[in-house]
Design a protein. Structure first.
Length: 265
């Protein structure tokens, strides 16, 4: 299995898409340049379709979210077009659609005449069978291991999101099944915690497991490689986007499965 891990700053959204949509976003990096950032998801859970729209700031600035109001945002599936409503500045949401594995969803965004589109196909759900904590071989830090059954019939791509005491930990964890297709697999979530330097006795940990498609995997893996740590600041190398139209960000149709909480002992 190939694993990718990165500590990154604020990314607007939690945590899909055709290879033909993939491209490297071209953004000038002078201090005055700005680009739109679109980060959208639809999952197989009810009331979990959201799109965050913001703008980049100069590289090195603080990464507070600068929401963009007034956009027209829709999700399409099999001829059904569902509008998203702006629930607060730069955040668009709908309860009218829930994703299904195997279905393809198209995101359409219009910002003052600038058109952006992306497509994503939701993979089959894979759930964590169990999680446990153990110390690293060198040092005393504890890390979480996720155990799961990888499906044999397709290429699979995963992202994990770790919550410590109900707070989202910002390390990027992604992997594919290149070396463990169809096996009972485990993945160690190595991190240098942005919440604390270690998991402590009494901490409560939960893991969200996302089954993502190849293009979204490439987005998160390339974000790791940039080393920039932020989805909202222009950086020396922008992550691979699956959105057409010349913006940063991604659109992901993914499944979501949550582990049972684990209390660190």
């Amino acid at each position: 299995m190939k694993n990718s891990v990165l500590n990154y700053g604020f990314i607007c959204l939690l945590s899909a898409v055709f290879y033909s949509c993939q491209k490297l976003a071209k953004v000038k990096l002078d201090a005055a340049s700005q680009a739109y950032v679109i980060e959208g998801v639809i999952t197989d859970q009810p009331s979990d379709c959201k799109v965050f729209i913001s703008q980049t700031k100069a590289f090195g600035d603080n990464n507070a979210f600068i929401g963009i109001s007034g956009a027209t945002v829709t999700i399409e599936n099999k001829g059904l077009v569902v509008p998203l409503q702006e629930v607060k500045k730069g955040v668009y949401s709908t309860n009218a659609i829930t994703g299904l594995s195997g279905q393809t969803y198209k995101l359409n965004v219009n910002i003052e005449g600038h058109l952006f589109t992306a497509s994503s196909t939701m993979p089959k759900a894979v759930a964590p069978e169990k999680i446990y904590a153990e110390k690293e071989n060198i040092g005393k830090n504890k890390f979480i291991t996720v155990v799961y059954q990888d499906p044999p019939e397709t290429d699979n791509y995963y992202r994990w999101v770790q919550y410590v005491n109900q707070k989202k930990e910002l390390t990027i964890f992604v992997a594919n099944d290149e070396f463990n297709n169809g096996t009972r697999a485990s993945n160690v979530l190595n991190f240098r915690n942005d919440i604390s330097p270690d998991l402590k006795v009494g901490d409560t940990v939960r893991i969200d497991m996302l089954s993502i498609d190849a293009a979204v995997y490439k987005y998160w893996a390339s974000l790791r490689q940039t080393g920039s740590g932020s989805g909202v600041s222009a950086s020396p190398s922008n992550p691979v986007s699956n959105i057409q139209g010349g913006c940063l960000g991604y659109f992901s149709a993914h499944t979501l499965r949550k582990s049972d909480p684990l209390i660190i002992k």
